[in-house]
Design a protein around this ligand. Sequence first.
Ligand code: HMG
Ligand code: MG
Length: 310
Amino acid sequence: MTLPMVVPATDLPARVRIHEVGARDGLQNEKSSVPTDVKAEFIRRLADAGLTTIEATSFVHPKWVPQLADAEDLFPQVSDLPGVTLPVLVPNQRGLDRALALGARRIAVFASATESFAKANLNRTLDESLAVFDPVVRQAKDAGAHVRGYVSMCFGDPWEGAVPLHQVVRVCRALRDMGCDELSLGDTIGVATPGHVLELLSLLNEEGVPTNVIGVHFHDTYGQALANTYAALEHGVTTVDASAGGLGGCPYAKSATGNLATEDLVWMLQGLGIETGVDLGRLTATSVWMAGQLGRPSPSRTVRALSHQE
Ligand code: HMG
Ligand code: MG
């Protein structure tokens, strides 16, 4: 298999933790529901490829995201994978109760930097949604869980256009004040560019949010996800969200397409000499297998290049 020549960068992190979102962000957006057994096999294969943080599913309302309505069946099938943590999304108390009842120990709440998306995605105003999350985060922490706080629409919103940076900072700080261990800055519709990413990261630092609690979550609508990731790495970010094969999107944001493909990310990181623990060959084989299950080729450039060569 072709691999990039390794030319280490001196000013970048030595190691990056990939937060794999294919089974959640990827499959929530599929037109038809993927069978539970296939999802479990997908997660097992991702683990076998060396991914250690694999977002498994969401405990949301089954009518809002029918693709993930099998969370109760799926989670126990994969929860004992050795060395792997399986974050799950919860939108409210009901979701947290469902997740904790199954032994989930890594929880993610998902807020929005804009009113429009809070309404579309959570059926609440922004402040109402933060008020819902506050006791959920505290209770999850009391139960010993690690809590991630997503912030969507950090760089642009399909209804509101440009999103003022201070609005993003306000939501990030609110999630930190609740006790979120980690934040993930979502470019839900893929409009960010590297300077914008650096500006937001710097402002967050100035406002008391340190880089070591920040992850980045780029959708690749405009082909900027890898450039934005590089900018974030230069700033010192070491947690990067990506989706095997570039699956993904959000059913409540029309212009959201797939996430940064994990293979494209791993190719770049490997070339830069940055450790991820991921075996690119196994990961690519997993995405080729999943593309077969979904009946269409992966949008990842790296998956296409590597699978054509074999
Ligand atoms: P709602 O209709 O306002 O809910 O939806 P409600 O609180 O009024 O409750 C209505 C009924 O739903 C009640 O049942 C509740 O018990 C039930 P009833 O008493 O009528 O029989 N219910 C639930 N049932 C199961 N599980 C639950 C749950 N909650 C309430 N958790 C709600 C509000 C938040 C539930 C809904 O809007 C929802 O589920 N939204 C989820 C949307 C979603 O999953 N979006 C995709 C994930 S976010 C994303 O992709 C972005 C990200 O990738 C980052 C980025 O890219 O930016 C993370
Ligand atoms: Mg997303």
